[in-house]
Design a protein around this ligand. Sequence first.
Ligand SMILES: Nc1ncnc2c1ncn2[C@@H]1O[C@H](COP(=O)(O)OP(=O)(O)OP(=O)(O)O)[C@@H](O)[C@H]1O
Ligand SMILES: [Mg+2]
Length: 373
Amino acid sequence: MFRAKSGAESVATPTVQRPPAEVLHADELAELAKKDRDPKPPGWRLSLRAVRRFIAGEPEKDRPAKLMVPLSLIDRCMVTLASGRGLLLVGEPGTAKSLLSELLTAAISGSSALTVQGGASTTEDQIKYGWNYALLLNEGPSPRALVPGPILTAMREGQIARFEEITRCPAEVQDSLLSILSERVLMVPELEGDHSTIYAKPGFNLIATANTRDRGVNEMSSALKRRFAFETVFPISSLEDELALVKREAARLLKQSGVDLTPPDDVIEVLVASFRELRQGLDAEGGGMERLSTVLSTAEAVSVAHSVGLRGYYLRGDAGQASDIVEALAGTAVKDNAEDLKKLRRYLEQRVGKRTGSAWRAFYEARHLLPSA
Ligand SMILES: Nc1ncnc2c1ncn2[C@@H]1O[C@H](COP(=O)(O)OP(=O)(O)OP(=O)(O)O)[C@@H](O)[C@H]1O
Ligand SMILES: [Mg+2]
């Protein structure tokens, strides 16, 4: 019988919860840079071909893809970034838009940290610059007193800045990007002479992300839309790819949580298959069914698989069971919608009830664990 390890012998855990991509993959990036003989756009650390190898992996070298997206999407994103337009990644929540922007900036600029997190309270200061008030009071506006925001730093250094959830920002804040994206210059009227104009160095550009469930991109001003090339990121289309990804990511996250086990394959299969059915509104037999209004994205599937493993290991001392999916689903699928709970219950009763296989049976048997509506 498996026994939970005591603290002293537990699995080695990293010292930070989530290192950025350039730290996590530092060795690989260094190796790619060393061998890179292909042409690079001005300001880029790697060629487009090397960036593509970094993101899409090299199966012959046993390096899996870091992202399951079509190669053509990676190529189009890079070409946009090498051009004079910003890149806007749009799509459903949890389709790895943020991860794609992180990997691109880490590979192209060596840092994914120049990031503005968009939200209702984002101000122009966070995008452009603010002031160190102590210095400002003492010596008036001076280059020393200027506190650059991520985008200004990216312009000065010739790097790519990220703007997460851009459509959640107030319109006037979004529009402060207009001159940055078209003239590639930022004015600091408070400073004098040469210091008042900051020109972007080669390599500077912007990757923004927006998710279609939030206030939509159609509310962006058309002037700003014109300065971006739009790329839609779709959920992973192949079941095998999604399964492999959920397995791999769940194993990685579990390891970080001190768990050296992964939920059994048949449990992950039930999890991924049911998420896909509920997401697409189509069951495995090809019949139409109700879709949940909550997005059951791949990212959610990864996080449910992680919880399944945690429940198994820490609560019982096993690797996770199909009944844990039901427990974890309740908080995922019905977050903001009681209707979804009913749909989920009907799915378990009517579809899952007919399936064979021990994991599907256990999933069905656990349906009473759903909270009552
Ligand atoms: N195509 C994919 N390839 C690799 N990982 C994926 C893919 N789709 C989803 N994931 C998983 O989703 C996780 C994170 O998704 P991410 O936060 O980047 O999504 P997002 O599109 O930015 O979501 P949101 O709109 O909610 O911000 C990844 O860490 C990965 O585990
Ligand atoms: Mg995101």
